[in-house]
Design a protein around this ligand. Structure first.
Ligand code: ADP
Ligand code: MG
Length: 174
């Protein structure tokens, strides 16, 4: 069965999109916590360090047993094994900043995530692991419906959104 990974910088809209798609949704951050795949906490940054090897094994196990379309959502999905399609969501750092300010993130965590988005880290990492199946969508200014339609076209109609079109590097100079 097809497995789709939805990834992108925190706040970009992964959970919102994934919840709108048909298919069985698995939020990998929840799985990591409930299955004990958290190896520790990065004291300096306050992040949970998640064992992507264990997550990979979990994902592949689920896919083997499933005959449904599987949607795996989370900002670490693209580091895991088992994807048929990876969709990286991108959004302008200006819009992302507004969303992250509404979360209880420290200024340094916000800055780090905005820089990651500006540099396209998730896309670069996904391309490294999945050079032939990574799609990238700039959802800046799109509604959830519009985003869902694009994702459905990728998943069901084989449309391609090859990475490389989206460029928020200029934000770093501001
Ligand atoms: P993530 O799971 O990537 O951290 P969320 O799905 O939680 O991000 O979305 C973060 C915020 O952005 C939410 O308040 C959500 O309502 C909003 N949002 C997500 N996608 C869109 C969209 N396409 N258009 C407008 N707002 C969106
Ligand atoms: Mg989320």
């Amino acid at each position: 069965m097809t497995s789709v990974f939805i990834t992108g910088t925190p706040g970009v809209g992964k959970t919102t999109l994934a919840s709108r798609l048909n298919g069985r949704l698995i939020k990998i951050n929840d799985v990591a916590i409930s299955h004990g795949f958290v190896m520790g906490v990065d004291e300096k940054k306050g992040y949970k360090v998640i064992d992507t090897e264990k997550l990979s094994a979990y994902i592949c196990g689920v896919c083997e047993k499933s005959d449904e379309l599987m949607i795996f959502e989370g900002h670490l999905t693209h580091l895991c094994d088992g994807a048929d399609i990876v969709i990286v969501l991108r959004i302008s750092p200006e819009v992302l900043e507004k969303r992250l300010l509404m979360r209880n993130y420290s200024p340094s965590k916000i800055r780090e995530n905005l820089e990651a988005e500006a540099m396209g880290i998730c896309t670069a990492e996904s391309l490294e692991k999945y050079p032939d199946r990574t799609h990238e969508i700039d959802i800046t200014g799109l509604t959830v419906d519009e985003t869902a339609k694009i994702a459905e076209n990728i998943i069901h109609n084989g449309e391609c959104y090859p990475p490389g079109e989206v460029d928020f590097m200029e934000w770093l100079l501001k």
